[in-house]
Ligand binder design. Structure first.
Ligand code: ASP
Length: 444
């Protein structure tokens, strides 16, 4: 028998009406035994996600000692959900105890995690399923990284003999016994962890869209839906801004070759996108799988004669950045030149000045230039490596659109061409690349 782990995102958990859809989906398939939930998300545009209400609780605790007012909004959301669902259990006591613990713990991660905790309690009541607290089964090591062996063993033991169970996503426990969260959107990672631990045949990730599209629909009208993606293509696309799924969520399932299927809670009959260990590229099929872009990168260009023969040059530059705790996204290089591409989030003007001074002192370059406000666009697809002329087509499309390409980096995997353009050129560049590769192709 197949075994499915289903993760439901914030919009699927937004209110009683959407939670009833979740219940119908889970109960509609006996294989859907283990459920991971996010905190309730927005019910309408302009609404506030429960996790954001909880971050407000934490900032209130810091500024005036308690979170009475902010927690009242959280309480109202959950009381409304329980009432709408007609559930008959003592949610008021659960909420009182949660508020008390938030004020006692005074921890940002603990506070933020309570949206998932409360949502999982409600969902387990609704499904008549066992609630398993992720605090007891998901563990981080002393470096704050998932302790996978301990976690997988604890989850496997906890589900023994349970026909159905519900886990809160987003958090686990650190070596000091304190609750710790993943980064935002991290319930996707929790779902993947549970799928791996129970040996699922598939990890279904239920959202409010019917899978991945070949590019952002705000840029191109009705872009092509992606039927299948490989794990690697997903990494590239989600890192570069295609934000259907947290980009780290493939790691747990990847080692066990468990496919991820993106499904739509509001259109469950839609096939969705399957993310598989190996690309499904067929000769003559789509060369490009998807295009994604992200803005606000900074490029530091460095030139020095005979750079290529100076042993350790690149290493010295990178160690300066490491000293400042700055991670590098790309390093396009030539014989006497190299560039480092850094995400703008890591830099303010003051730090940039310091970094440049340190690089000068360390490697004495002939010339350095900084270009800010650069957008990176990734054109991704396994078919690219076996098709002649892909980059020529891509650059021709950009040239015809009048876009000045500031940087080029072809990933060594040959499934990815990254171009850097000015922030303001990003949308028209993506649209031009899309037209080039997705117009007049055979539907697969
Ligand atoms: N609720 C958390 C967030 O808003 C985690 C998640 O939804 O996956 O980021």
């Amino acid at each position: 028998m197949a075994l499915k782990v289903c993760k439901f995102g914030g919009t699927s958990m937004a209110d009683g009406h959407t939670m009833t859809k979740v219940k119908n989906i889970v109960e509609g398939d006996a294989d859907r035994r283990f459920v991971v939930v996010s905190a309730p998300g927005k019910r309408f545009s302009g609404d506030t996600k429960v996790t954001d209400l909880l971050y407000k609780c934490y900032s209130d605790i810091l500024s005036h000692g308690d979170c009475k007012r902010a927690f009242a909004d959280v309480r109202k959301r959950f009381e409304g959900i329980v009432k709408e669902l007609g559930l008959n259990f003592d949610m008021a006591s659960v909420l009182d105890e949660t508020e008390r613990r938030i004020e006692e713990e005074r921890s940002e991660d603990f506070t933020a995690s309570r949206g998932e905790y409360l949502a999982a309690i409600v969902m387990s009541e609704l499904l008549g399923a066992q609630f398993i607290d992720s605090e007891d089964v998901v563990f981080f090591d002393e470096k704050g990284v998932l302790d996978d062996k301990k976690t997988y063993a604890a989850i496997a033991a906890a589900v023994q003999g349970k026909s159905r169970a519900v886990f809160p996503g987003f958090y686990g426990r650190d070596v000091n016994g304190k609750v710790k969260t993943f980064s935002r959107g991290g319930s996707d990672i929790s779902g993947s962890i549970v799928a791996r631990a129970v040996g699922a045949s598939v990890y279904e990730n239920w959202t409010d869209v019917s899978g991945f599209l070949a590019c952002d629909p705000r840029i191109v009208d009705s872009p092509k839906w992606i039927k299948t993606l490989s794990y690697k293509e997903l990494r590239e696309l989600s890192y570069m801004g295609a934000n259907v799924l947290h980009s780290d969520s493939i790691f747990p399932v990847r080692r066990a070759n468990i496919p991820i299927v993106i499904k739509n809670t509001f259109r469950p009959e839609d096939e969705g996108t399957s993310i598989l260990p190996i690309a499904q590229y067929k000769p003559g099929g789509n060369i490009v799988t998807g295009i994604a872009g992200k803005k606000d990168f900074t490029v530091i260009f460095i030139e020095k004669s005979n750079m290529n023969s100076e042993i350790g040059f690149v290493c010295k530059v990178l160690s300066v950045l490491a000293r400042y705790g700055i991670s590098v996204e790309h390093i396009p290089s030539g014989i006497d030149t190299m560039s480092v591409v850094i995400s703008g989030d890591h830099l303010d003007n003051f730090r940039l000045e310091q970094v440049l001074e340190s690089i000068k002192a360390e490697v004495e370059p002939d010339f350095m230039r900084v270009t800010e406000n650069i957008a990176l666009i990734a054109t991704v697809g396994h078919g690219m490596s076996s098709s002649v002329g892909t980059s020529a087509r891509l650059f021709k499309a950009l040239a015809e659109e009048g876009v000045n390409v500031k940087m080029i980096d072809q990933g060594s995997s040959e499934m990815n061409i990254i171009v850097g353009v000015k922030n303001e050129d990003m949308e028209k560049s993506i649209a031009a690349i899309y037209r080039e590769f997705f117009t007049n192709i055979n539907p697969d």
